[in-house]
Design a protein around this ligand. Structure first.
Ligand SMILES: NC(=O)c1ccc[n+]([C@@H]2O[C@H](COP(=O)([O-])OP(=O)(O)OC[C@H]3O[C@@H](n4cnc5c(N)ncnc54)[C@H](OP(=O)(O)O)[C@@H]3O)[C@@H](O)[C@H]2O)c1
Length: 292
């Protein structure tokens, strides 16, 4: 039989909306009804869904560099308790509504979404949509109506007749190496994609990719993986931030972790800068300890 206290705690957790668990200060302790203790910026109450504006404030890109904007690359990934980055080949079964709201918020703030070709093929990627909730914010930040999607691919074995390439709101980018097959490059360009060379061989060099996007005026970078791409971004030292959703699920099996490929020589240390919670899902923001 279930213990009463556990039952009550579980019931309370499902009734609450989003809560900020970290950082916790006098200013961040939300009181019932939405009032916050002490002075300082208002913190959304923990008993309702946060508005898009509140989420956008919680995930604002840092002002980097002096004068112009230095690129800032954040990743957004979801993992189960046992480290699975997908179930049945997709991330949707391990996500929830709050995770999707944060996913949408991170897109709403980004100039470009960098994604590996396998995730595009497997998840059936479509162009990013214009979202009313972020329209004013994007305009004020000098951004277009939606982020561009930048697909990283060596083979360019992509279906260029898909809406992602043929009818996006802003042209889709294809990041590839100088040795990419010319007929596939031509097919991408015919479909309307902008091909960006960011490597000398078949593949893309992550450092060059970040620089190439910054040179195109895109400094608020978001990557949505997948694990094989993210592993390279980690190994090459270009990842500034990880937005990690920990899903309260166990899947066992042999799913990929959120980052794959060869391991780095020394584990990269990140610092927790914020932790939100809704329905038992944890939403962490971790930033790199060392500058690039
Ligand atoms: N949990 C999460 O948050 C999350 C997020 C995203 C995806 N996923 C899941 O992850 C799975 C797919 O991920 P994945 O790791 O297999 O694949 P991926 O990282 O999405 O894509 C790998 C592909 O990207 C291209 N690529 C990667 N690095 C490259 C480089 N340096 N230069 C040129 N091209 C490069 C290659 O494409 P070509 O083969 O075209 O050359 C490669 O086959 C799916 O099951 C998806 O659901 C989970």
């Amino acid at each position: 039989m279930e213990d009463d206290t556990v039952h009550q705690l579980k019931r309370r957790a499902t009734l609450l909306g989003m809560r900020r668990l970290f950082p916790v200060t006098d200013e961040t302790v939300a009181r019932p009804g939405g009032a916050t203790a002490g002075a300082g910026p208002a913190v959304p109450p923990g008993d309702r869904e946060w508005t898009p504006e509140e989420l956008a404030a919680a995930y604002a890109y840092p002002e980097t560099g002096t004068g112009g904007r230095e690129p800032w690359l954040r990743a957004n990934m979801v993992s189960t308790l046992d480290g699975a980055a997908q179930h049945d080949g997709r991330s949707q079964p391990i996500s929830n509504a709050a995770d999707m709201r944060i996913f949408g918020t991170l897109r709403g703030l980004a100039d470009v979404v960098v994604v590996g070709a396998q995730t595009v093929r497997q998840e059936g990627y479509r162009p990013a949509r214009e979202r009313e909730a972020f329209a004013a914010l994007r305009k004020a930040a000098g951004q277009g109506p939606a982020p561009a999607i930048a697909v990283v691919s060596a083979s360019l074995e992509l279906d260029f007749s898909e809406p992602l390439f043929s009818s996006p709101l802003v042209p889709t980018l294809v990041l590839t190496g100088a040795a990419a097959a010319p007929d596939r490059v031509a097919a991408a360009e015919r479909a309307g994609a902008r091909v960006v060379i960011a490597g000398d061989g078949m593949g893309v060099d992550p450092v060059r990719a970040v620089r190439a996007l910054a040179d195109l005026g895109m400094s608020r970078l978001l990557t949505e993986g997948g694990p094989r791409l993210l592993g390279q971004l980690v190994a090459s030292g270009v990842l500034d931030e990880l937005c990690l959703t920990v899903s309260p699920m166990l899947t066992a099996g042999d799913a990929q972790r959120i980052a794959g490929g060869p391991s780095v020589a020394v584990p990269r240390r990140f610092t927790l800068v914020s932790l939100l919670e809704e329905e038992g899902f944890l939403f962490g923001r971790y930033c790199r300890d060392q500058p690039r």
